[in-house]
Design a protein around this ligand. Sequence first.
Ligand code: FES
Ligand SMILES: [Fe+2]
Length: 454
Amino acid sequence: RAKNFAYQPIAAINSDRMKSESKIRLFISKNSGVLSTLLKLAVVAVLMFSASSFFQADLASLTAFALALLQNRFVYGFLVFLSTLGALLVGLYVCVFVRFKPKELKFDALDEEKRAAAFPPGYPNSWWKLCDSEEVRPGEVKEINILGRRFAVFRTEDGVISALDAYCPHLAANLSQGKVVGNSLECPFHAWRFGPDGQCVDIPYAKNIPKNAATRSWDLKELWGMVMIWYHCDGIPPTWELEDLPELCGDNPYTFRFKFRAEVNMHVQDFAENGPDSAHFAPVHQEMTIPFARYLFKIRHVTSWRNGEFGSDTHHMGYFADDADLMFQWSESDIIPNAGARVAATFHGPGLVVFRFSTALGEILLVKSFTPIAPLKQRMDDRVFASPKTWNLLVKYIILEANTQFGQDIQLWSRKSYSHKPLIVKEDGNILGVRRWYKQFYTKNSRRGMDLSW
Ligand code: FES
Ligand SMILES: [Fe+2]
């Protein structure tokens, strides 16, 4: 009975959050603005309408074109022709770029708790993405819940970013409901003020500030347009650092294109194990983004994985490469020239990966992060950059193709368990190598299973 009693509130919190947050949407998401969503819906409605009368419309336009030609009304005929072509192109664009929510999986809280217990600890020691830099502007405060904790993240008027434990040390109000005043964060309850280092700097009605009046301030680092937070289960300061990406600095830096966020019900380690798992590409990753393309084409992946060297300053890095080539379905060996993409992915710790796609038409950089919100719930963030002259449409297409593939993985990740002693054959790829590498991010006190300590 005691166990049941302890379990109830957790179940309530979990099932609620899982119901509302287990959605994966690409371009129409709950974060899309009302106007853009309405616009997209309108485009879809028009297309559905025109699709139903597509053949008639097409016939009608061709007939009109022919008639116009007969009557020498070239301009009119040309306009009709152009608009038909335009409608077809818009149709193709919508088919490819406007996606609808895939079949929604249901997550039962008790099941998830059991599933979590089978996995390694949910919060590896590492740098994790807290938020995008632009999410917290000077003078703003925001509540961010990751790593099983609640953070009040604020930026001073001077631009210094800070993440504090959200509960005020006075009477535990939530500091993220407060406001930024100058260079401190003011609690909404009794107006105590805290500096970026977590130290209380003002109690408006008291003569003395107790020395221990402070809330915990976390190690942050701002780079690549993101705010990273250091987490170690023993509170140890950072043991390795993140560095600038050459593509984002220098004379001709890549330009930022777009970002995307979703939540997925999986353990963070499964993402790293996926790359070297060479045997899953054929069964899982056949589907392509353009409808029906898979009847014509297939993608061949040749992959490899290498660990950063233990004991060196790249111990936290992992290197994954994938040569993806496009082939005709019926061909065994001939690749279609210039249609493939070389993908090199570099892991900076367990949850931050930089993908470099090089295509015949330009270079694309995808910064993908997985941040554990709970042991089996990750916030997946994409930040996409590309070499200055790369067409945005190409960038969108390549990233969409990659994310379609992640989508296929996610379906599996969110239902699988974890085997500590997997049955592996020689051809399986270096999955055990990834596991050896990943072990460095867990220490004795890393906790297994659900931890809702906030
Ligand atoms: S609870 Fe924050 S000042 Fe009282
Ligand atoms: Fe995969």
